[in-house]
Write a new protein. Sequence first.
Length: 459
Amino acid sequence: MTINGGISFWYASDASPHQPPRAPLTTDATADVVIVGGGYTGLWTAYYLKRTAPDLRVTVLEQKFCGYGASGRNGGWLYNGIAGRDRYARLHGHQAAQRLQHAMNDTVTEVIDVAAAESIDADIHRGGVLEVARTPAQLARLKAFHTAELTFGETDRELYGATATRNRIDIADAVGSSWTPHGARIHPLKLLRGLATACERLGVVIHESTPVTELAPRRAVTPYGTVRAPYVLRCTEGFTASLKGQKRTWLPMNSSMIVTAPLPPSVWSQLNWADAPLLGDMAHAYMYAQRTADDRIAIGGRGVPYRFGSRTDNDGHTQPATISALKELLFSFFPVLTGTEITHAWSGVLGVPRDWCATVTLDATTGLGWAGGYVGSGVATANLAARTLRDLVLGESTDLTTLPWVHHRVRRWEPEPLRWLGVHALYAAYREADRHETRTHTPKTTPLARLANRISSRS
């Protein structure tokens, strides 16, 4: 029987001792920096601020508990992808975007190194990322993608044909793939919990069960009191729309996952999935997967992409149709797994700006700052954003503060019902484009998908 919801499989599988809930805020308070959001962005920012300036008073306010959002539900992809890089190349020049990409490459190593230094056991395995093509149109996009990555300095990336791809992972209908070493499998919740503990060791104050209802210059307002600080940082990603005045800032896009029961060695031998690279594809409605530390396959993709009015799910509950679709996707990639037990299914939300560009910003005059809009690439990007926020708060001009995503502004999303109609129409178009490319074996991306990309600002 599949457990549906319960936040995520990562919560069910983390056998480490669980800390009692952290106390909520009970009265007005002051700090030097108040951070709203107890996920990766908020906790990494608190961590680096305290490591760099130990005397700073840093307070984190979390609506439910640390890791309740995307940081405790994601696919466990610690990799070098960043939303908006190509747009930043057009806006600021190729060299500026190349510096951003180099920073992301280094960030994968940074997270791994900090986890080791802080004795955080997050099931990290650096097997890289394998992006696979299964149709002629996907292969054309894969080759263009691979060439583009080389121009951004990823000279250690490798391109494989059909046979070499199956030697890495035996995927049905695979016709080619691109592999980068800048990726690692993680258990996302173990990383999050270890990071929260490291923050508290440094003296960060974390209040859970403390929803922030309003952000204003130099104060964060909650039902239990107001925290006043020179700097107020919004690190709420897919839950940003719940804040006053932020309904149309970032769209909370839904992503869903399933995970198999542990697979025996004989099956892994058939799959040829030995070095545990992360797995993605070149479909328009793309998938992402990992081989977990306990030998399961966790696979995700878009189910119902968006809920009307920017609503979010309740503890990860996932629609049965989405679970069925993910099962079908899993079995199409790996027919040998047909009928394999699916033990858990869950969903979460990620933050999507209108131009699909991740950003980091601090307004020195108001003290208000934010980071996010990762569009599903937040595990590593949150770390780079946090180090950048640290430098901005401390008033330092560094290589990070001059990256092209700093202080980027984007227009707001359309009001309802246009927002709901647009997102659902776009993903219907992407799914139809994938079906058409699979059915016809056309060597070119369908015009329908290219139109959807232009409308959504993905290209």
